[in-house]
Write a protein that binds this ligand. Sequence first.
Ligand code: NAD
Ligand code: UDP
Length: 317
Amino acid sequence: MNLHQRKRVLVTGGAGFLGSHLCDRLVAEGSEVLCLDNFYTGARVNISHLLGKSNFELIRHDLTQPIFLEVDEIYNLACPASPIHYQYNPVKTVKTCIMGAIHMLGLAKRVKAKILQASTSEVYGDPAVHPQSETYWGNVNPIGQRSCYDEGKRCAETLFFDYHRQNRVNIRVVRIFNTYGPRMHPNDGRVVSNFIVQALLGQDITVFGDGSQTRSFCYVDDLIDGMVRMMHAPDEFIGPVNLGNPGEFTILELAEKIVTLTGSRSRIIFHPLPQDDPLQRRPDISLAEKKLGWTPAVKLEQGLKRTIAYFKTLTQA
Ligand code: NAD
Ligand code: UDP
């Protein structure tokens, strides 16, 4: 802790979708927040409302390079999360996952900071077990188009646990399932933002495959609450722990819901399914419920309404 007893918290990827909501929460709680980002998929506008605050600082930095800071806690979120962005420069994605983890773990080791890794349901790949619990080791293609992200995130988890065992670094690992909400990048290709933007602009809604693949969608506020709870969990509980909303929907159901909620006249059209697209995904969150007392509160329809309201402000601007 620093002289003024205000906790110094580093958020890597802090100008991104999840990172900016996390910064909001930490600034509001009174922590001294260092937001680090290279603006690859993040944007200044996501955190511009925080720039004047005395307990918020923005650092433009690429996490593939080392950095020396003095902090008490680190949330490691830096990494493009949407398939089109992480596949655009796959080598860079691997570097960000692995070198970013090494640099942040090295920093945590040097300054004795607690460090949380934003891992992903992608570590389960195209799961042969349903729903997915933390004990499942996954079904991941090591050489496909999604591998830069999936294997990068898996190796980052390995590094976290090895630094913990070898160097006693105080780690936390959360596996995040599909999360949505305001500040998703309108062109980032993820399904919720894609469908809402298409519906609001009256464009065709592009369902990949026949739309029978499933996903579970967590509203951003719930997710951030789970992450912060995990950071503050007793030191014996380091994870990995699933964070997500267990409500499971087919992609076609999602498209239909968004058409109804927006009152759009868009047609639903079908495109080929991308390579290695997981057929089903639903988190088993019993561990998070038991250890963190966490359960998501926002229903899909409620969360979609708030997200649609946000995208309306963008499409009408
Ligand atoms: P995002 O793309 O909005 O945010 C990622 C942020 O990291 C961006 O601001 C980007 O500019 C920054 N970044 C990327 N590479 C960087 C680098 N080399 N150096 C510094 N900054 C870099 O994505 P998000 O949805 O906010 O995801 C945040 C984290 O959560 C990611 O690690 C992602 O893997 C994980 N996650 C997200 C979801 C989800 O559904 N949103 C699901 C699973 C895991
Ligand atoms: N998807 C879709 N149309 C789109 C974008 C995505 O049908 O315009 C599908 C995609 O094929 C996948 C699901 O929606 O089955 C979720 O995709 P997303 O990229 O949001 O996340 P992930 O596949 O990583 O869960």
